[in-house]
Design a protein around this ligand. Structure first.
Ligand code: NIG
Ligand code: FE
Length: 401
C-alpha cells in the first residue's frame, strides 16, 4: 500500500467532532488521497499504515496533533498601510471617528483602486503563507475594499488567483456592502450593490458567501436585508457583521435569513442568541478586534457553541488563529477545549462545511497541525510564541517544523 502520510507517536491526538474535545494518547493519524483514513492509538494505526511504507511520515513524539485551524472571517485581500491609525487609536481616537473622517475602510478602498489584480494576489499570497505557517488550513477572505463593480471584481479575482496554487483552502465572500463610498447616498449605493456588483460577481462564480456590515451609520438592518436577500437569490449564502458597536438588529436578521453566521456580536442580547440558535446560525466571535479596539470582549456564555476567527484587516492586524485562541481563553475566559473547537470544528460550521473540515474524523480533509505542546491545553496556555510546528494540508507537509 503506497501513497499515504502517517503522523505517528504523538503525545496526544485531539478530536473535535463532538460537543467537547476528546483526546487519544500515544496516537497516530493516516491520510491518503487528501483525506483522513485512520486515527487512534499509534500501534493500531501503524499496523495498517506502517511508518516505513509511508510516502511521508512525521514523528510527532512529545507533540499534539489537532485539526488545522479554520479562520472563518478575514479581510485579507487589500493594499495600503494604515499603521498610522494604530498610533492615533493609541492616542484615544475611536474607530468610527476615523471612518467618519474618510479614513479606515475608505482609505484602504483608495489604495486598492490603485493596485493591480496581480499585486493584490501577491499581497494575499504572502498573507496566506503566514497564516499557513501559523496553522490555518482553511480561510475565508472577503472583498469589500472596492465598493464599485470593477474593483470588487478585481479583489475577488485576486482571491481566486492566489487560491489557485496555494495549499490553503480559500473561501471567497462578497462584501460590496462594507461601507458607503464617498459621494453616495446609502440607499442608492445599496441599489448599486444589488443591481450592478452582485450580478458581476455571481456571473463569474467569484464568491460563495455574501456579507454586509450591518451597523449604525453604515447599513441598517433593512438595507442589509436587501443585499443579503438578493445575494441569496443569486446563490450566495448570507453572513452578517452584526451587533458590533451598536445593537441594530443584525443578529435577528441573520436568524431570519438562515445565515451561516453572525459575526462580532459584542452587543447581542440573550434573545438574539436564542433566535440564532433556533435558526442554526453560528456565532463567530472576534477577540482580536476587541483587543485592538480596546473594547470589552463578546460574551461566549451568552451563546451555545461559538466559533472564533481573526478578523484580519488593516484595523486588526493579526493573521494568527493561535493568537485569537489565546485571547479567547485569557480574555473571554473560554475553556481550552472549547477554544480549540471554536477554532476548528465550529469554525467550519460558520462556513457551512459538512465534509468534516476541522474535525480529523475519518473521511475528513487531511488538514492537521502538529503542535509543540504535550497536550492541547498547552496551546493557549502558552502565548506570545507559536506552538505550531508542522502543518499538513490534504496529507502534504506544507510547513515543516
Ligand atoms: O470586521 N467592521 C467592518 N469591517 C472590518 C474592519 C475593516 C477595516 O477597518 O478595514 C471588521 O472589523
Ligand atoms: Fe470583519
Amino acid at each position: 500500500m503506497t501513497g499515504y502520510t502517517v503522523v505517528h507517536d504523538a503525545a496526544q491526538l485531539v478530536y473535535t467532532r463532538n460537543e467537547t474535545v476528546k483526546t487519544v494518547p500515544d496516537a497516530a493519524l493516516a491520510v491518503r488521497d487528501g483525506t483522513v483514513v485512520a486515527s487512534g492509538p499509534s500501534d493500531e494505526v501503524t499496523r495498517e499504515y506502517p511508518v516505513d511504507g509511508a510516502a511521508v511520515s512525521v514523528d510527532a513524539s512529545g507533540k499534539t496533533v489537532l485539526p488545522g485551524f479554520v479562520d472563518s472571517h478575514t479581510h485579507a485581500v487589500f493594499a495600503g498601510d494604515r499603521s498610522d491609525e494604530f498610533a492615533a487609536k493609541l492616542q484615544g481616537k475611536r474607530y468610527q471617528e476615523i471612518l467618519d473622517e474618510g479614513g479606515g475602510i475608505l482609505r484602504t478602498v483608495e489604495a486598492v483602486r490603485d493596485t493591480s489584480r496581480e499585486e493584490l494576489a501577491d499581497l494575499l499570497r504572502g498573507r496566506l503563507d503566514a497564516m499557513l505557517a501559523h496553522g490555518t488550513t482553511t480561510a475565508e477572505v472577503k472583498s469589500g475594499y472596492g465598493l464599485d463593480v470593477d474593483t470588487e471584481r478585481k479583489l475577488l479575482r485576486a482571491v481566486r488567483d492566489a487560491a489557485e496554487d496555494h495549499p490553503m483552502t480559500v473561501v471567497p465572500t462578497f462584501l460590496g456592502a462594507h461601507a458607503v463610498p464617498e459621494g453616495w447616498e446609502t440607499d442608492a449605493y445599496v441599489d448599486h450593490v444589488v443591481d450592478e456588483q452582485l450580478p458581476a460577481v455571481v456571473g463569474e462564480g467569484l464568491a460563495e458567501f455574501c456579507d454586509v456590515f450591518c451597523e449604525a451609520g453604515v447599513f441598517s438592518a433593512a438595507q442589509s436585508r436587501r443585499v443579503l436577500e438578493a445575494g441569496a437569490e443569486a446563490g450566495l449564502t448570507p453572513k452578517v457583521h452584526a451587533e458590533e458597536f451598536e445593537h441594530t438588529g443584525g443578529a435577528r436578521l441573520a436568524a431570519d435569513l438562515g445565515a451561516a453566521s453572525a459575526d462580532h456580536l459584542l452587543q447581542a442580547t440573550d434573545a438574539d442568541a436564542a433566535a440564532m440558535d433556533d435558526a442554526g446560525v453560528t456565532p463567530v466571535l472576534l477577540p482580536g478586534t476587541a483587543f485592538t479596539l480596546d473594547t470589552d470582549y463578546a460574551d461566549p456564555d451568552r451563546f451555545g457553541e461559538v466559533a472564533i476567527a481573526t478578523d484580519f484587516n488593516p484595523n486588526c492586524h493579526s493573521l494568527s488563529m493561535e493568537f485569537a485562541l489565546d485571547l479567547a481563553c485569557h480574555g473571554m475566559r473560554m475553556a481550552p477545549g472549547d477554544g480549540i473547537r471554536a477554532a476548528t470544528a465550529v469554525a467550519a460550521e460558520a462556513l457551512n462545511r459538512t465534509d468534516g473540515t476541522g474535525t480529523l474524523r475519518e473521511g475528513a480533509p487531511g488538514d492537521a497541525i502538529v503542535a509543540d505542546a504535550s497536550s492541547y491545553e498547552h496551546i493557549p496556555y502558552s502565548f506570545g510564541v507559536s506552538t505550531v510546528d508542522t502543518v499538513i494540508a490534504g496529507g502534504e507537509v506544507v510547513v515543516d517544523g
